[in-house]
Design a protein around this ligand. Sequence first.
Ligand SMILES: Nc1ncnc2c1ncn2[C@@H]1O[C@H](COP(=O)(O)OP(=O)(O)OP(=O)(O)O)[C@@H](O)[C@H]1O
Ligand SMILES: [Mg+2]
Ligand SMILES: [Zn+2]
Length: 730
Amino acid sequence: MNENHTITQHLTSWLLSEQISLRNMDYGGRSSDVQGELDSVEAELELVELQIADLLQKQTELTTRKNALLQELEEACDAAQPSSSSSSSSSKSSRADAVMSKQEMQRFDSTDFPWSKEVEQHLKDSFHLSKFRPLQLRAVNLTLSGKDLFLVMPTGRGKSLCYQLPAVCSKGFTLVVTPLVSLMEDQIMYLKSIDVSAVMLNASSSKEHAKTVMAGMTDPKSPFKLVYVTPEKIAKSKLLMSRLEKAYNANLLSHIAVDEVHCCSQWGHDFRPDYKLLGILKRQFPKVPLLGLTATATSSVLKDCEKILCVPQPITLTASFNRTNLYYEVRIKDSDIDASISDIASLIKNRYKDQSGIVYVFSQKDAESVSSELQKRDILAYPYHGNMDPNDKSRVHRKWTSNKIQVVVATVAFGMGIDKPDVRFVIHHTISKSIENYYQESGRAGRDDSPADCIVYFGFSDIFRISTMVVMENVGQQKLRQMVDYCQNVDRCRRSLMAVHFDEVWDDEGCNQMCDTCRHAKDFTSVDITQYGRQVVQIVELAASMEEKLTPLKLVEAWMGKGPAKRRKMIQTTTLPRLQAEAVIVRLLLQEYLREDFSFTPYTTYFYVKLGRKAPLLKSQTHTVSMKMRTTGSGSAVVSKGCSLSLQTVPLVFNHDIIVIEEGDFKTQAQLWPKLNQRLYRNISFFQISQTLLPSKLLWLYFPLCALVLKTASPRLPLGDMNENRRVPG
Ligand SMILES: Nc1ncnc2c1ncn2[C@@H]1O[C@H](COP(=O)(O)OP(=O)(O)OP(=O)(O)O)[C@@H](O)[C@H]1O
Ligand SMILES: [Mg+2]
Ligand SMILES: [Zn+2]
């Protein structure tokens, strides 16, 4: 019995322990189920949150667009009202309206002020101008009424007149603060030529000269109407400040003009530390009206300038930035340096034969190399950059101004104060670092109001060159991103993309087909790139899992199947031509499916690609990404319609243009020939079928194709290309 009892006891405890372990097992299995479900719910939740964020962003974009369109509509209605004044039609002085009503503002367009006769007389007799340009009269009247004013007007529109004219119509002198000595010299030379007395003070002024100027400031009989100074002088010269104070007390300091006023703000693109100290002027001389002038300030920059200069609530006049005579175009830059230069050279020799222009480059080294390459191609091109001897710089400037050389190949050092009216083209060999910079630089074209072209070459690797350069700047990446978007976005008019940076709306009508996207709107089609997105993201994921850093270049190459064989097996490679593969990657970066990651060494900064915020969205089967691409015509990358970015395409790389002919559809593409012909006529420099991209079974097409294209084009080849047209630089 005892034994039995013991056995039973053992049995019971065994059963119990089994039960417990069974129960544990059960519990453990359930817990892993729960954990699994939790993970998947969390992942799904994360995806939903991303989708919400994406939709919210879309909502914001659409609301902004809606508001812009509403504003446009309102303005169109306003313009249709018979009572509105025509001379102010280009004004969009929204902030001024807050201080002054529209009617009050329009009063300043009239010519019945006590000074109006004198103003009119000086305009004609001293400045030899027949009439005012939009907003000039209003600015002059406001200044002469003693108002503080910020004048935002596109480069070359005539801001200087808005302080020079009030200066000659007032007692005493106007103090003009200018950032560059060369700007001052230009102005003084011009004023001298029209017999307006002006002097300048800067670091290189002789003691004797400074003494004369200072004495003149407090002499009621002095002829000086304008005194130009650098901001450094104001900041550092106590003598100058004490003289200004004396002049102020004697009512001889009539106006203060701060040229290139955006230099005050770190948010502007040309910040100068000494400008930050100019607030002293308004604090010491509160009764003197201040006029700030700029061609590039956004409203936030202006707000900043207002604080720095201590001008409470100035009136802001903003002229429209739309330069209707400029044609904006983006060209895809060939990664082959020689091909890209040849393309530029061919434009200059054909489209711009004997016309004056500027080629902007990224660095001093590029200025030297690009100009020498252009010279090799018989173009009178000379470099200009900050590291050159000042005498050489002014020699190049002078020769170009007098049309002795055709092209200046310059860094942004060739900037402020360039006032050549007949510049017919501004070509950017490399994209600018922001749209504001691009607008300003390209705006040196067509100051005479005749048509001129602004062409930017958009190169994949350039994006990252600039990106690593601006990595330290506060909003550098954001601004660069906008510039890249300007280049890649063929969804909208180039002008409208620019306009938002100036708080303006330019509609497609305002463009009047003066940009490549408006002109070729029919050639662009939306292409679904979701699948490509997934492939690229997979490569980036794989690299991350192997702790490998991917540069953009490596990413493109890996995707195109050029990486190590082992990796090729693990990823889906693409047959897209290189330019399109690059375009897709840029799109993914812009849309935040990918993001940049910087790495610093003591000598250089590297740019790597990582997964972006929106990468997980691509896991959802319903999520789609698309981009517009050119599907017909000539120009930038052209792909065949209906997203035939596939194995069956035979890309014809023609210059940097790609025309895709689908397999089996060869005959029906006959309509392409006139376009090819046209392209060839314009640009014979380079013709090649990309053999790497040509499937071997279609190789039979290669030679007949070449022959056909050359045959159709030959009767129309420009003679200039055949002739030896060598010009000796000098
Ligand atoms: N009312 C006018 N009619 C004709 N030409 C004018 C008029 N006003 C100014 N100009 C000319 O326009 C050119 C550019 O003027 P200005 O140098 O003042 O431009 P800006 O607006 O200061 O440009 P930037 O931003 O480059 O300094 C000058 O050659 C000037 O003589
Ligand atoms: Mg100016
Ligand atoms: Zn347009």
